[in-house]
Design a binder for this molecule. Sequence first.
Ligand code: PMP
Length: 402
Amino acid sequence: MSEYQPAARVTRIRESASVLAAARVRELKAEGRSIIDLTVGEPDFDTPDHVKLAAIAAINAGETKYTAVTGTPALRSAILDHVESRTGLSYGPLELTIAGGAKQVIFTALMASLDKGDEVIVPAPYWVSYPDMVLANDGTPIIVPCGDEVGFKLTPGALAAAITPSTKWLILNAPSNPTGVVYSRSELEALAAVLQDNPHVYVLTDEIYDEIYFGSGRITSLVSAAPALRDRVLVVNGVSKAYAMTGWRIGYAVGPADLVASINKLQSQISSCPSSVSQAAAAAALSGDQRFVGECVDAYRIRRDVAVAGLNSIEGLSCISPDGAFYAYVKCAGAIGKTTPSGVRIADDVDFTAYLLDAASVAVIPGSAYGLGPYFRISFATSLETINSGLEAIDKAVRALN
Ligand code: PMP
């Protein structure tokens, strides 16, 4: 046994619940169990061919060396053009950072800005990683519960009440993982009015699912709704979800040049640069044919409608229809307090999801991982066949409760 003592930052944080859930499903499958996996946090589509070919061409052209910390000129200009088309705002090269995934961008942005005692407002339900990333970087997450009575959205009143002189950041995420909710322009304007009165608060807006939107037109970014805030908004995005490129690891952010310079300084000591081959692929994804994105969204929309209708038809479960991303956040209050056929009382969503895995072989993630129970998250980034068998198995398991 080694004498290794983990640093305090390691003992302060949890491992990502979604990464753990995926590992558990792999483990059960390896044991020979057939699991209906509704935990998946990535598109089930393959990366488009023109993107793969761009990566192969980059390899053959010898683009296999370090690049600038800030990425290749081709990727930088593809991102800046893409951001301008989505936000209507033009950003310069000094306002852009590129990293190994949006996850790394967010982590480094927090590392670049937080000191002990700094607070970060995180509306719940939240993407599992935000509070732990704040803790790992010495900050204090301030969790603001945003339940279904407010449509899972942060209200201006709740934002104002959470802000203190120590607030450094507000983290917004839309379309949201896990709820799929999207803020309208007027909702963003109302939040922006509170932020105008609090010039010390920066906003990290995580728009990684912005292309996966079921409404008409495009989602509105906070910077588009409130360009006056531009000097303290970091817009985070990446190619993982829109282009089915989770394994390529390219994410980026645009924001104020001084903050971006600090992030890039850290990046120069952390990774030097993201993978050169992945950068070529990401440039091709962002500047190439966009039809793939629309085709995926059409498929997700069909699956969403099947999943939401099915879940709402199960007694004791209910969910709203998500506006974007590929998740439904399902209320399971009706199952809490009931008893399983083997005599176990279900006290919370962790018990309920454990029961689903045990009795119905359906894997979902408990709402407690996202900071708001009693809920669970299902992903519909999987085939209609898997979704339908999942619904059937959940229905049967719920009916068996007493
Ligand atoms: N933000 C949210 C809300 C996410 O769901 C994810 C991926 N699960 C990320 C960021 C990270 O994406 P990337 O693959 O670019 O690191």
